[in-house]
Design a protein around this ligand. Sequence first.
Ligand code: FAD
Length: 389
Amino acid sequence: MESTMEVTIVGGGVMGMTCAWRLTQRGAKVMLLDQGSFGSGASSAALGALWPSAMPNPGPLQRIQRESLWQYPEFIRELSAAAGRAVGYLQQGKLEIIASEKQLEQHRREVEFANHHWPAMVGTEESKPAMEIVDRDDARKREPHAAVGDWGAVMCHRSAQVDVADLLAALRLACERAGVQMRAHCKVMEIALQSGRPRVMLEDGPIESDRLMVCAGIGVCGLSEKIQTLPPIKPVKGQALLMRSERPAVGRIVKNGAIFLVPWPDGRILVGSTTEPEAGFDTTNTTAGVDFLTRGAIETCPALAHARVESTWAGLRPTGPKRQPVMGPLPDLPSIFICAGHFKVGIGMAPKSAEIMTRWVLGGELTSDERQFAPGGMGYGGIKPAEIN
Ligand SMILES: Cc1cc2nc3c(=O)[nH]c(=O)nc-3n(C[C@H](O)[C@H](O)[C@H](O)COP(=O)(O)OP(=O)(O)OC[C@H]3O[C@@H](n4cnc5c(N)ncnc54)[C@H](O)[C@@H]3O)c2cc1C
């Protein structure tokens, strides 16, 4: 699948940069545009937790998300080599505290499903299952400072974590080294068609190309004022914070209801996150949000009461219809593609999403799961070219 096609990508977050890198590797001539600096949107707010959806009877989203996570170790190896810099990635698993009998029952079903259907763990002791329920004593041996209660915990050995700042820096370098033309601080005002070719309007004039990919995250909302049938991508605010603890805290991802801790060996502990769909485009840290996170962190690991809060931030997760991403060509406009709306799992889904988009853009085989996310498949209609000229 080699190509000399010209592709313009609007938006240089994790999706835009991963797609740009992959398309350039396959010979496409890619121009990547961002209204700010690369990786400064939702991607910069992410905590880098990579846990597979353990839902039994999964749908296409869960299947594709898992496939993406299974690809992650190889993706990180390849990216580090291409960028010439290390990317922090650890597969230490996730310990999730169980709060009730009902939750225990649900986790039992997940564990059974995961151990039956997920691929075997590579490079670990053969006996280690993908997931297991552990009782309180066992959980406390693994995480002595986590507040595990009577219902014990569920361990997901398949969960991993990536250092998001490293990832974004490496993607930018890999794109530059591969020959992607990158223009930061360059806002796309409008998308149009010129004699059947996609065209983006910038402040300093238009750019035309054979194909156009919109990876603008919540910026899709602004562009859809002009293209009214672009699928709606809505913001869902998330607040998070960074702590540093002098005292021993947790050694792997620990999840406790909506709160999760992502520790790194250098003493950083990322704490996530709120889910505030009603907040619109607001990106302030609120007292209630920070209180929710600090209180949740202390409830999960009491030693964190003494930790230093180093920074707080909020990001807007680009969220597609029914909280599903939208990936594929716009109906009636097969030279314009969208890849956006990955909500809470965009960092984890980047490798697989870029693979899918590369096949859409350059013309490759797609599975029925992959086609489900195309705007047409999701019931969004096309744009009549007359409306956007
Ligand atoms: C608090 C928080 C925690 C999270 N934690 C995790 C996690 O642990 N694991 C995980 O997998 N995911 C996580 N996520 C989700 C993840 O961050 C997103 O799904 C992902 O970053 C979306 O990437 P994107 O490239 O689609 O969007 P973005 O990163 O937002 O990139 C879109 C880019 O488009 C640019 N743009 C927009 N409009 C225009 C325009 N008109 N012209 C030019 N450029 C434009 C923007 O400047 C931006 O750089 C988290 C999100 C938040 C907020």
